[in-house]
Design a binder for this molecule. Structure first.
Ligand SMILES: [Fe+2]
Ligand SMILES: [Fe+2]
Length: 467
């Protein structure tokens, strides 16, 4: 039995004065929320609860809020050290409705706590079972598309959630111990990625699939990650088909000087404008993605937001958006995948580089930090290519970006703005989203890649036509 940690009612701490609230926000103190009816306990950051309702400890009849005694004493100490001259004003209550921790724990769905408590061998079994079910359905003749869709959605969800829970647990272990513990999970996940990639030829990546997905998963982050994974898989496959036909590349070449050159001039300032061509945009030219890379990148898409926390708002412009906290998700995703698992390096890089935006200040991530360091150590280092498909030129800093991360930026933005579960802004239609992305992410600022965006826009319109 775990030892009981002594706690105190949060309200008692707050009764000592408003500075107590101020320090709780500054320190993002963890609040223990206990459901009086069911006895369920959840831990939530004070700041998040406060941002949703500035009197949450008074306004919910079902929940009782506590703080650990140690934490309470630490806060009191900080209160006595804090500058009492600086007045702290609690904002007015923004709504009459009470906010419960359940309202806030939407990111990973209601079952997440149960999933987080499952032991590692059981996790692997759940993913393997889902994968076996899917494989059997794929072999079945005639194929039952509805059943395949169900099984696919279920298994993506299970795989995603278990990877999240397992890697977050692994953060407290040494790297070697963690790698051993997550090895089975890595293998079963990679097997599942291979199985789901086979489904691409069956052309079931359609609107019905997305609808099933939204109706079946109850967490907003999980919905986003599943949609991005499936759209990402479908896009990579479309990309491979398109670049294999010479007509697409010929069209891009024919319109390069009129549509594209200007966009790339400032990204590649060391080159004469006339020297900028498709071969400078893609190191080694535009070509199909080899199988091995395809699976590694697909795994990266599946894991890209693994560092997200359930109670944080990740939609820019939404009420509880906090850029500093949001930036953490790429760091945690990268660190946990690279250090705590044996996933291929590409998977970690995709998690760490998927918001770079060609170094634009609106983006963030590890690649810009890495690039800065390399340039500092070697001032002669120049990037005369925009996107590299292979890992080596990325590590050598020959290019400004890594192909799968650049693809993911586009899919990610598109998904965020068309997400039907957005709270504070209406979801955009496909057309509105593409127009907005062209205006804001390409014309105004060079964040996403123009050639990849054009291929993506074609992919989206062809997908929509088939619905
Ligand atoms: Fe992200
Ligand atoms: Fe994302």
């Amino acid at each position: 039995m775990a030892e009981k940690i002594p706690v105190i009612l949060l309200q008692k701490g707050i009764a000592t004065g408003d500075s107590y609230i101020k320090v709780c926000i500054q320190e993002n103190a963890p609040v223990i929320c206990e459901n009086k009816d069911t006895g369920v306990k959840k831990r939530m950051p004070f700041k998040i609860m406060f941002e949703h309702n500035s009197r949450f400890w008074l306004q919910n009849k079902t929940w009782e809020y506590y703080i650990e005694i140690n934490e309470h004493e630490r806060i009191l100490e900080l209160v006595s050290e804090s500058d009492s001259d600086q007045e702290f004003v609690i904002p007015e209550i923004s709504s009459d409705e009470s906010t419960s921790p359940d309202d806030i724990i939407k990111g990973f769905g209601q079952d997440y706590e149960t999933i987080a408590a499952i032991a590692e061998p059981e996790r692997i079994l759940l993913i393997t079972d889902g994968n076996d079910r899917l494989e059997k359905l794929i072999e079945k003749k005639p194929r039952e598309e509805d059943e395949i869709t169900e099984a696919l959605v279920d298994t993506v969800q299970i795989t995603m959630l278990h990877n999240h829970a397992s890697l977050m647990n692994a953060m407290s272990l040494s790297n070697d111990e963690a790698k051993k513990q997550t090895q089975g999970l890595v293998e079963s996940t990679r097997q599942f990625v291979k199985t789901s990639s086979q489904l691409l030829s069956a052309n079931i990546f359609n609107d019905d699939l997305m609808k099933t997905l939204v109706s079946k998963s109850n967490g907003t982050i999980i919905q986003h990650m599943i949609r991005v994974y499936l759209n990402g898989l479908a896009f990579l496959s479309y990309y491979n088909k398109t670049v294999s036909s010479s007509s697409m590349i010929n069209k891009l070449r024919a319109s390069f000087s009129s549509r594209y050159r200007k966009f790339y001039e400032s990204l590649l300032p060391n080159l004469e404008p006339d020297d900028i061509s498709l071969e400078r945009v893609f190191l080694g030219g535009m070509r199909a993605i080899p199988d091995g890379d395809f699976y590694n990148w697909a795994t990266g898409f599946l894991m890209h937001d693994l560092g997200k926390a359930a109670a944080v708002e990740y939609h820019e412009g939404e009420d509880a958006y906090n850029r500093d906290i949001v930036i953490e998700h790429v760091k945690l995703g990268y660190d946990s995948i690279i250090n705590k698992t044996n996933y291929p390096r590409e998977v970690g890089l995709i998690a760490g580089y998927h918001h770079e935006y060609y170094g634009n200040p609106g983006g963030y991530g590890y690649y810009r930090t890495y690039l800065e360091q390399v340039k500092k150590n070697n001032p002669k280092s120049v990037q005369n290519y925009c996107i590299a498909l292979e890992l080596e030129p990325v590590i050598e800093c020959e290019a400004l970006a890594f192909f799968p991360a650049k693809v993911l930026e586009i899919i990610d933005v598109f998904d965020s703005v068309t997400d039907p579960s957005r709270k504070y802004r209406k979801a955009m239609t496909t057309k509105e989203a593409l127009e907005m992305m062209l205006k804001e992410f390409i014309i105004k600022e060079q964040k996403i890649d123009l050639v990849l965006f054009d291929v993506f826009a074609r992919f989206v319109s062809e997908m929509t036509l088939h619905q």
